[in-house]
Design a protein around this ligand. Sequence first.
Ligand SMILES: *Cc1c(COP(=O)(O)O)cnc(C)c1O
Length: 355
Amino acid sequence: MKKLIPNHIRDLVPYSSARSINVEGDIWLNANESPWNQEIIRKFYKLNRYPQFQSKKLLLKYATYIQCDAKNIIITRGADEAIELLMRTFCIAYKDAIIFCPPTYDMYEVSAKILGIRAISIPLLKTFQLNLNCIYSYLKEIKLIYICHPNNPTGNIVLKEDVLFILNNIPNHVILVIDEAYIEFSENNSFIFLLSKYKNLVILRTLSKAFGLAGIRCGFIVSNINIVNILKKVLAPYPIPTPISDIAINALSAQNISIMKNRVLLILKNKNFLLKSLSKFSFVKNIYSSHTNFILIKFIESKFIFDYLLKNKIVLRDQSNKIYLKNCLRVSIGIKEECQQLINVLKALDKDKKY
Ligand SMILES: *Cc1c(COP(=O)(O)O)cnc(C)c1O
């Protein structure tokens, strides 16, 4: 830990907010808040008051959901804030470095660049698995390793033995960050269970994907209590607005979790429909196996397909400029009608033989 935490963070006295004081009271005159609540929202929220730093209720709900202890969790403004918070906490600008493994989620590199932290690119192997030898050779120079599991945009999961290899070989001043934004679509493959054994493991989660709450910006960091406590020093005093905590708490009720799980099953069903239908087109060159709510597809000529779909008001994500992903597009799995419409438009194109 000593070599991991920069001196300016170790010595940092975190901002002490009006809400940090843990007392019961009837008359609150300590936070320069307004004594009046807004008329229209009075029924639902006390928005004249600052929220809790971390909603205890939400922490407990998420802890129950992932079967760990609330003290191992931090609520963040989406997983994106979590990605950046780790760098802001553990990396010194123009000195420290992180590793990311493309093709992967872009924000690891973008956040590092914004903060003046060196982002070392160690591309995945052609199998989309980690290049362990290369990662190993950089271990002395870095603070954080970002791994996306299942990976966006390739859709595959990372091999368990590779994660174990890294965890068993990283020095104390390095943290392995596993971004599990899509893990609900591959439920049994979470690495949460490794947290009790490995002290320098951090897992990122979000309500943006399977829970369908991208609009509320709510994510979670799960790690051991030492790392959690350091990160809390750096996190903003009131990161999560009260209505957001309340929506998140509601989403994590037993009933709503079971609705989420049914929707995941529906997405997997629609995915199978897409996989079967897409494989019949001659202009589809490869469909990568997916543990997520999207599929990566290699076309003969992706730009033409992308534009043709766009003309028909169907928007996919172009991935063709990434390493290994020439002529690849990523399609998110929608409802059955949306999947069917995509196939219909592609069928029309196939018939015309215009490509
Ligand atoms: C969507 C996504 C995120 C961002 O999640 P938010 O909680 O919405 O910030 C993080 N990581 C990956 C891999 C993603 O695909």
